[in-house]
Design a binder for this molecule. Sequence first.
Ligand SMILES: Cc1cc2nc3c(=O)[nH]c(=O)nc-3n(C[C@H](O)[C@H](O)[C@H](O)COP(=O)(O)O)c2cc1C
Length: 387
Amino acid sequence: MKIVLAITSSIAAYKIPYLIRALKKEGHETRVVLTENATHFVTEEVITLLSGEKPIVGNAYFHEKTSLHIELSKWGDVLLVAPADYNIIGKVASGISDDIVSTTISSFRGPVLFAPSMHDVMWNNPILQDKVKYLRSKGYYFSGPDSGELLSGDKGIGRLEEIEYIIDDVHAAYRGFPLEGRKILLVYGRTEEPLDDVRVLTNRSSGKMGLALAKEIKRNGGYLIQIVGKKEVEEYKRDEVIHVSTTEEMKNAICDKIEDVDILIMAAAVSDFKPSKRERGKIRREEHALLNVSLEKTEDILKTLKEFKKNKIFVGFALSDDIEHVAEKKLIEKHLDMIVANRISSMESGKSTGFILTKGGKRLLFNDMPKERVATLILREVLGFVT
Ligand SMILES: Cc1cc2nc3c(=O)[nH]c(=O)nc-3n(C[C@H](O)[C@H](O)[C@H](O)COP(=O)(O)O)c2cc1C
């Protein structure tokens, strides 16, 4: 992607060199413009070193050989304003074009994404909120702001969104937020069924596929509700995250949310069995020469969700070395629109082998494919159901 990056003067501008680096690492090109005031918080020299090109500041574009704002409009796929201060949001909403940043925004043809950053008193100012609403109604996109500790030491909404999440939103803006307004319930991670207060019956699922799907959902602009069991991967703290441990907790959390969502993606590794009895405390080694544990079947979550299906899109997963035989049966039995069948070798791995089967009979094979790419394939099919 070719990204025009506009920096305005919020203190969070000091984080932007990290953003430029991260964009470069993903293979994107950036060209940078800054307001005069933004140079108090980030230096032109750092930006030049990281982006590979000298940025244009304030009104210095009058010295350029071409109309830089028009050139950038032709060059860029996406315009990202980060950090977007109170001033620039007000200026753009009021049709003001008085320096390189506001003029570039006024003449940009592609999608524009604002990543606001300011104290929560400024963010909650009704004048600003009106401007944000107005800009949204005109097709401008927003990434964040996040809540948490602010520069002043106060807590509230107004922090610059995490760099990683801004980049996901840049992708969504580039694609035109195709899942905007859709709520997606994504369930992943593994369940744990307690044997006593110390030991659990679980499996080796890492949550890598789930994390890749979470990112891909946001990269398509959907509202993401994550119900997450135990996992090895990092937290993806966007929209709503609910943590669960047992199969029953997972089922209850899904039932609480399912009515309100458009799409369910069930990528969790749910235990098929649980100890029939949970002992209190710790079963003592000395008291058992041989310990027999009896297991009973857990509830099949997807099967119990039948009554909620209606016109929602249901995507399920299967893990087996016999996927050719089980995939179609599961697709029908579990009322799915699509099933992602993986071989057991996919477990814990960053790559996956298997196929996607849709209820229309479409079959897409993937062989030793990075889970990020499998997630892209899955979301592409989901988008086909939505549109
Ligand atoms: C130390 C300091 C920190 C500031 N931090 C912010 C901020 O986080 N967000 C914001 O909207 N404005 C902030 N401002 C106010 C803007 O810098 C001010 O509105 C400025 O006129 C905006 O200019 P520009 O939009 O041309 O960059 C801050 C100002 C100062 C002096």
